[in-house]
Design a protein around this ligand. Structure first.
Ligand SMILES: CSC[C@H]1O[C@H](OP(=O)(O)O)[C@H](O)[C@@H]1O
Ligand SMILES: Nc1ncnc2[nH]cnc12
Length: 287
């Protein structure tokens, strides 16, 4: 049975993985361009790991500039079957206090079309199911792991993804709250879509860093406030990952690994050879 290979995509404040043994830096290219940075591979408590800082080391890439397709394709090339995303988010609810952990189970897309959230196109059409955008098994494990390390964790919740890079206006923030969202960030939606198309389980550990700008009793979100909370809590995120990795089972019950089985609309003989080659790693087994 295939042993799990766990990918971690580190967000704001998480630019490396501690505790890995057999560490290697892997620089790779993809049919979708260059990833955010080199991938760091290694072993954590006996489990193979692949780490990538989403914004690159030194935090060089805007949320809209992150090469999401290359990042997920690179993870797939390295055999990753589960991705843990770590992200800083604003809280849209009083009870989600900065420092708390949220494991979202829904996303709401408010990006503005500047990112490519699909591997399909160029003569091949596919539509994956996305009603439940995160892996339920991985997310349950992440929530249990967060509890196990003593974090205050909110299991479930809707992550609203804005384009950024600026934070929201107060009017936007109040309207988003009226929509019933729980947290706000700028990065997770294209990743989750692409991970589903790549048949990789995806789950998010969201660290609440601020109350955005809707809360009259708190300062409006600013980078220095976000960084201060992340610095206090990044160790918790690392402990959650370690705890989760230690409890992984090799075969989850979810259907993420078969997301493309009924998704491809294009007749196999209508797919051009170069498109077929470009997508071979993702769809080859179905053609
Ligand atoms: C530094 S606050 C805004 C920034 O932080 C979040 O990034 P990530 O999801 O990579 O942790 C948010 O989405 C913004 O990109
Ligand atoms: N308030 C906020 N809005 C968008 N992204 C964020 N990341 C952290 N806090 C955020």
């Amino acid at each position: 049975m295939k042993q799990p290979i766990v990918g971690v995509i580190g967000g704001s404040g998480l630019y490396d993985m501690e505790g890995l043994t057999d560490v290697c830096e892997v620089s790779l290219d993809t049919p979708f361009g260059a990833p955010s940075d080199v991938f760091v591979t290694g072993v954590l408590d006996g489990v193979k790991m692949v780490f990538l800082p989403r914004h690159g080391r030194g935090h060089r890439l805007l949320p809209s500039e992150v090469p999401y397709r290359a990042n997920i394709h690179g993870m797939k090339q390295l055999g990753v079957d589960r991705i843990i995303s770590v992200s800083a988010v604003g809280s849209m609810r009083e009870q989600i206090v900065p420092g708390h952990i949220v494991i979202p189970d829904q996303f709401f897309d408010r990006t503005q079309g500047k990112r490519n959230g699909s591997f399909f196109g160029d003569g091949i059409v596919g539509h994956v199911q996305f009603a439940d955008p995160v892996c339920p098994d991985l997310s349950r494990l992440l929530a249990a792991s967060a509890r196990a390390v003593g974090a205050t964790v909110h299991e479930g919740g809707t992550y609203l993804c804005i384009e950024g890079p600026n934070f929201s206006t107060r009017a936007e923030s109040k309207i988003y709250r009226s929509w019933g969202v729980d947290i706000i960030g700028m990065t997770n939606i294209p990743e989750a879509r692409l991970a589903r198309e790549a048949e990789i389980c995806y789950g998010t550990v969201a660290l609440a860093t601020d109350y955005d700008c809707w809360h009259e009793g708190h300062d409006d979100v600013s980078v220095d406030a976000v960084i201060a909370i992340i610095q206090k809590n990044v160790a918790t995120a690392r402990r959650i990952i370690r705890e989760a990795v230690g409890s992984l089972v090799s075969r989850p019950g979810c259907s993420c690994g078969e997301a493309l089985r009924y998704a491809i609309m294009t007749a196999p003989d209508a797919i051009a050879a170069d498109t077929r080659e470009k997508l071979d790693l993702l769809i080859g087994k179905y053609l």
